[in-house]
Write a protein that binds this ligand. Sequence first.
Ligand code: AMP
Length: 219
Amino acid sequence: MVAKKPTKKAPVAKKKPAAKSAKAKPVPRPRPRPVAHAGIPASLVPLKARIRSIHGYPKPGIIFRDITTLLQDAFGFRKLVDDLVQPHAGSRIDAVAGIEARGFIIGGAVAHQLSVGFIPVRKNGKLPWETIGVDYELEYGRDRIEIHKDAITKGQSVLLVDDLIATGGTAIAAIQLLRQAGANIVGCSFVIDLPDLGGRKRIEKMGVNVQTLVEFEGE
Ligand code: AMP
């Protein structure tokens, strides 16, 4: 009879005594950065006060209405999207179209909130697939906007979104283009209106409802 070799037992890792841990502290959520407006709680600062005005940009005589200050502010961005979406609650919208480039940011958020798709309206030559386009007049020269040929299904109800309406030239070209593709334009939403430049009236003459949140007098 062969004696069995005693098998070596695998060493058992000794359990470390549980560290005397203090109660796990909740990780603090970063607070939305308040907008600097002395004495006014950030949540009450109106949208208009969150927009930066840059005199002489991109050229002398122009006041550029810069919405980056509004977008980077959590309260402001949330409120902006809520205010743009609220009037459309319950109405039929199949897609949101946004005009390059700031219209992508706002339109994308609005589309998400409405649970519909997003159609980018882009400047000439930027889209990778087959396109249709419309040329339009600028103050100096011409420009062109395009969408993909298959972006619209005939009869789709589309809400058009951009950051600002000035003369209305860009939005009018976008409406023509979307209509040409078979869209039914249910409205146009902008954060800012420059009423002195008459864009809103020109769009309304096309039978399209215009919604704006903030007005700045002058150009
Ligand atoms: P318009 O076609 O004249 O209505 O111009 C509207 C387009 O130009 C929008 O896409 C705006 O982003 C841009 N835009 C025109 N004027 C301004 C301005 N004063 N500040 C910021 N963006 C402007």
